[in-house]
Design a protein around this ligand. Structure first.
Ligand code: GLA
Length: 378
């Protein structure tokens, strides 16, 4: 099994690992030791890339490549202690080099769409690369999901991977040199913490997120229709036919968008043309880290909590998945077999003065934090 080899490699390579200690008492299975290891993972854009394996002392394992900062797997136990990845991903770099729907990747400079790829800051007009009909999506033709990040593994008390990237002035049409770091940390509570930081030398929009696709059953042979979702959001931002926010903030009460109490995703999806692909306006937006979403799968018993400092979250029910990609488990990733919960500022904010600003000014620091925490129970 490929997972067994990843786990074995992780144990053998783990910094500070006790994996080779034969003197320990035989009846005591060795407690997994927290750590991070690295393995060569082929080439992308003509350069070598690596796969990093983060492991906590409970044996939860996350793998991340520095190509696109992609989370390729998040191995978690179910209620029967059976281990599977709760995120869609692949065992080799090759599928990620094809045109894919951002599986597990870091998204930037701007998560989601900017209408017509145009915006202005002060009296300056900017035109971005358009890659989604007439619109700009997820940072453009070569967004942060397709670049090689400089990786620095950190072993402190917890395993962390610090990824850095300099997005140059003019890249995809954006102004300013933007220095970005994304630090992934695997906590002892089975949280994948993502800390996003950026600075710039010219005012520019910035809206960073992660595009992991979750299926808590651990396999994409099941749709996510039986997953129960709860979102701490009283409102959402409706979109036009091109999926551009209209500027309206609409209450969810009495609509199929109401997830304030846990609801199965499949129960009302037929009333939402195309499926869910909407930004929710999260409650209690004061920039502090709070729990905003709870996703639960009754069959595996697994749950996912999403914590964030961000004001919005894109709930995307995998409406464009089409079976072209084969998951770790050997199953095609078909329509609605995985979902995304992308923490973010609101789509098209640079053109919507009524939305919270996404403009980062020189001398200011961009910082946001999101945690994907998995567990078993309700
Ligand atoms: C986001 C968008 C969707 C789609 C996916 C990628 O979630 O909101 O419309 O573009 O990314 O396929």
């Amino acid at each position: 099994m490929k997972w067994m080899s990843i786990l074995a490699t992780a144990a053998a390579l783990s910094m500070g690992s006790a994996a080779c200690n034969n003197e320990s008492k035989e009846e005591q299975p060795a407690k997994p030791q927290a750590g991070i290891s690295k393995q060569a993972w082929g080439t992308a854009n003509g350069q070598p890339v690596d796969l990093y394996t983060l492991r906590n002392s409970k044996g939860t394992v996350v793998t991340i490549t520095n190509y696109g900062g992609i989370v390729t797997s998040f191995l978690a136990k179910d209620k029967n202690d059976s281990v599977a990845s709760v995120v869609v991903g692949f065992d080799s770099i090759e599928p990620y080099l094809q045109s894919h729907p951002y599986f597990g990747a870091i998204i930037g400079r701007y998560g989601n769409r900017i209408g017509a790829g145009k915006f202005s800051i002060g009296d300056k007009n900017y035109t971005l690369a358009t890659n989604n009909g007439a619109n700009h999506l997820h940072g453009g033709v070569v967004g942060f999901d397709k670049v090689i990040w400089t990786a620095a593994p950190i072993v402190d008390t917890l395993p962390s991977l610090k990824l850095s990237y300099l997005s140059k002035d003019g890249e995809e049409g954006y102004p300013g040199n933007l220095q970005v770091t994304v630090t992934y940390t695997l906590t002892e509570e089975d949280g994948l913490k993502m800390q996003y930081e950026a600075t710039t030398d010219q005012a520019t929009p910035v809206n960073l997120t992660n595009h992991s696709y979750f299926n808590l059953t651990g396999d994409t042979k099941e749709t996510i229709f039986n997953h129960q979702l709860q979102l701490n959001a009283d409102a959402y931002t409706p979109v036009d036919n091109g999926l551009i926010t209209t500027g309206e903030i609409r209450q969810v009460a009495g609509t199929p968008f109401d997830f304030r109490s846990p609801m199965s995703i499949g129960s009302r999806i037929d009333s939402v043309p195309g499926g869910y692909d909407h930004n929710y306006v999260l409650n209690n937006t004061d920039g502090s880290l709070r729990k905003v979403a709870h996703l639960a799968d009754p069959v595996s018993g697994r749950f996912l909590e999403v914590w964030t400092t961000e004001p919005g979250i894109q709930f995307y029910s995998g409406n464009f998945l089409d079976g072209k990609f084969i998951n770790h488990t050997g199953t095609a990733v078909q329509l609605h077999t995985a979902l995304c919960l992308e923490t973010q500022h609101f789509p098209d904010s640079p053109n919507k003065k009524e939305f919270p600003s996404t403009i980062l000014e020189p001398g200011k620091k961009y910082y946001t934090e999101t945690i994907y925490k998995v567990g078993v129970g309700k």
